[in-house]
Each structure stands twice: as C-alpha cells, then as structure tokens.
Design a protein around this ligand. Structure first.
Ligand code: PSV
Ligand code: MN
Length: 427
C-alpha cells in the first residue's frame, strides 16, 4: 500500500482552518517572548528519527505474542511500512536493520525500493544475543566476552559480516548491543570478561570503513541478572575511549537503573564529544520499551534541553547524531505507536528549543532556583503541537498522521494485502 500526496493534501485541507488559528495564536505568544517560531519549525522539519526494522510487528513479551495482523512478512514489506510512516509525518526517513532478523539479500533492489519512498539506511545492528540455526558455537555464555576464543571469533566475524551488509546499503554505522554478562556471583571473571570484550571490539573496529562509526550501547541488566559487561555509560565510554574516535556511546532510555539522571549522563557524554545518539522509548519499571513520552514526558524534555545545549556548544547539527526508536508494541498497532513516538520526540525537541538559555544561565549564576525551574517549566508547559504539525505539513506530511492513518484504514488494507495471520521477525 502507498499513500498518495493528494490524500494527504485533501486531509490537510479539511483541518487547515483550525490548525492555522492555533498556529497564529502560538506564534503571537512566542513572538512576545522573542522566539522566532519559524526557526523552531525549520529545526523540527530537519529532525529525522530512524525506525528499526524490528519494531514493525507486534512485540512479544516472554509470556506471549499477540500478533495484530497485516504485519510485514519480508524486509521489502518492512521498508514499505516505514515508507507509510514517512509519507504521513515526513520525520521517519530511515530504517535501521537488525541482522540476521532482516538480511538484505539483494541490496540494489532494496535500496531502490527505499529511495522510491525517500528512505535511507541507518545504522546496522548485530545480534550475538541469540543463537541462529546452523551456528557452530552457542552464545549461551556470552559472545564477544566468551571464555572460549572460538566463540569470540564467531561473534567478531558476525559483526564484520554485518558491516558488509551495511556497506552494500549505504549505512554508515554499526550498532552493537552486547547481552554478555553473568547470572550468578562467581560465574564470570569481571576483568577477563572486559578484556576479552575489548579485544573482540578492537578486531571489529579495525574492519570499520574510514567514514563509519561504531555505536556501543549499554544496559544495566537483562538478560543477565547479576552482571553485564557493558552495564552503564561509564563502561561504554571506557570501551569507546580505548577503541578510538570512531566509537561513541549509544544511550537507550530504557537501559538504566531506576531513577538514573539520564539528562546528566547525556550532558557529560556530549561534553566529551562521545554521544552517538539515542534509542528512544519509555518505561516505568525496567526496559519496558513503551511508547516514547507515554510515562515520563518531563524527563524526555529535560534530556532534550541537554541535547539542544550540547549541539549548540559543539556546533553540531541534529543530523550528525543517530536518533532511533527502540520500542515494542504489545497492545497497540505498531505503526500508530511509532507515529505517537515520533510526535513525542518532536514535541520535546520543540519545547527544548523554546528554553530561554540566557535567562536560565543568569538565574543559575544568581542561584535563583525558583526562576531556573520556572524557565524550564514555562517551555515544557507550552503546547507546541501546532509547531510540530506545521513542520510536518510544510514537508509534505499530514497535520494529523494518526487521524489520516485511520481515515485511510491503512491497517485493514495491509491485512487484505498480507493476510490476518502474519508475524514479523524480531523479538
Ligand atoms: C536491547 O534491549 C536493545 O535495546 C538493543 O538495542 C537491541 O538491539 C534491541 O533492544 C532489540 O530489541
Ligand atoms: Mn536499544
């Protein structure tokens, strides 16, 4: 299924009067504060969030998976789904593949399909946290950190193969998340596990093309519940520093211990120039992979405050970082959920762009805690949705992506095309 521009335009026409009124009012309000709304709208339009190939089907929990129907059955259909999202919001212009869940057999045809939908290929992800059929060695007790060099070699070779797939597709980064660790005290020698991992990563690093990066993702726990080799941003940064300038730290919002101050982590990583980017999601208890902004929108905003500040300080534009959604959808239509996530990201970014940084610095210098809080909360409490909608409309997208998705009965169409019982690859 494809969404045509005229369908988007028609839907926008029916909404434009109301939208124009809201936008005019907001522009006036922002103008009074000396904020140029058009600049914010342009920044939003330039912000692209990658969609992972594994988020297009219904996600599973370890207790079950309730597939919703019409799920993509192949990589081509996954690319088509991302094309639908991008047509609707013009903010999801790339797809990130997880190998071997999604192996691009014919790079050229998949590239031409993606380009026809105005999509690029984002980072490629390796997978040494599961065993694959016909694999010589098991990852049950680790991969890049394994005590057996033969297992480490196999895991290194897999990562090198993933780089090769990525090269064929025009990707520019390899993203590594390692589940290696231990479940019980005594099971693993922490230092040896670290050193084995470092050596393995160095071998992978040596194979990176000149213009590539490697993203090192950390996670506090799960699937290992006693220790994890790359458990936090500090360990990840340590690996990156030892590897070299092409290695940066990837922050997944769900990968911290409860109540961690993620915005402070972000500020520190940006100060060191070592933030690769984000896996966005939200959570209440652990790595819940819920829709972005659904539980802790204020935290997301505070993270964006640091991101905006860090990008300004480093004179780097948003497109030099890797932004991706890493969420699961157990009870929602995956495509609707992804549209909600992208919108939440843009809302937080817009709010962060409204923060009066000069006044904030002054308040900080005077230890005016009340004013500092007020400056942040004024921005957070502004309803910036008209700016987000306008940025999508100006780029050819919809003023109301989910509304149009429902009007066009996209899911029904997909079920007619693909069948009611289809299960996409992924977790
Ligand atoms: C691990 O929890 C993770 O966040 C990594 O990024 C994986 O690649 C992804 O989830 C798999 O769903
Ligand atoms: Mn992740």
């Amino acid at each position: 299924m494809k969404i045509d521009q005229y369908q988007i335009d028609q839907h926008n026409d029916s909404l434009s009067q109301r939208h124009d009124n809201h936008l005019r009012f907001l522009k006036e309000q922002l103008g009074e504060q000396g904020i140029n709304a058009s600049e914010v709208i342009s920044a939003l339009a330039a912000f692209q969030v990658a969609i992972p190939s594994w988020a297009l089907g219904t996600g599973g929990t370890r207790f079950g998976r309730f597939s919703g129907g019409g799920e993509p059955r192949s990589l081509e259909e996954k690319v088509e789904d991302v094309g639908l999202l991008h047509a609707l919001n013009r903010s999801s212009g790339s797809i990130s593949l997880h190998i071997p869940w999604d192996i691009p057999q014919q790079a050229e045809s998949i590239i031409s399909l993606a380009s026809s939908l105005d999509l690029k290929f984002d980072a490629v992800n390796s997978n040494t946290f599961q065993d694959q059929k016909d694999q010589a060695h098991s990852y049950k007790f680790g991969s890049l950190s394994h005590v057996d060099p033969a297992v480490r070699k196999q895991a290194v070779e897999h990562n090198i193969e993933v780089i090769k797939y990525g090269k064929d597709l025009g990707s520019k980064a390899l993203s590594i998340w390692l589940s290696d660790g231990s479940c019980f005290p005594g099971q693993s020698n922490f230092v040896r596990a670290f050193q084995n991992t470092l050596e393995s990563l160095q071998e992978i690093y040596a194979e990176l093309p000149a213009d590539w990066k490697v993203y090192v993702e950390y996670k506090a726990y799960e699937p290992n519940f006693y220790s994890t080799v790359i458990q936090d941003w500090g360990s990840s940064l340590l690996f990156c520093q030892k590897l070299g300038p092409k290695a940066d730290v990837l922050v997944d919002l769900g990968h911290h211990l409860p109540n961690a101050n993620i915005e402070q982590i972000v500020a520190t990583l940006m100060m060191e120039g070592r933030l690769a980017g984000f896996h966005f999601n939200d959570s209440k208890y652990g790595d819940d992979d819920l829709t972005v902004g659904s539980i802790r929108p204020y935290m997301l905003f505070l993270i964006f405050v640091e991101l905006v500040e860090g990008m300004k300080r480093a004179h780097r534009s948003a497109d030099t970082y890797a932004w991706m959604i890493d969420a699961s959808h157990n009870v929602k239509d995956p495509l609707e959920d992804l549209l909600q996530s992208v919108e939440a990201i843009l809302i937080s970014y817009a709010q962060a762009l409204l923060v009066d940084r000069k006044k904030l610095e002054q308040a900080r210098n005077q230890n005016d805690v009340v004013l500092a809080q007020q400056i942040l909360q004024n921005a957070f409490r502004t309803d910036v949705r008209p700016l987000v909608r306008e940025s999508m409309r100006l780029s050819g997208g919809s003023l109301d992506p989910i509304g149009l998705f429902r009007n066009l009965k996209v899911r029904n169409e997909l079920m007619n095309e693909r069948g009611r019982v289809t299960v996409a690859t992924g977790l």
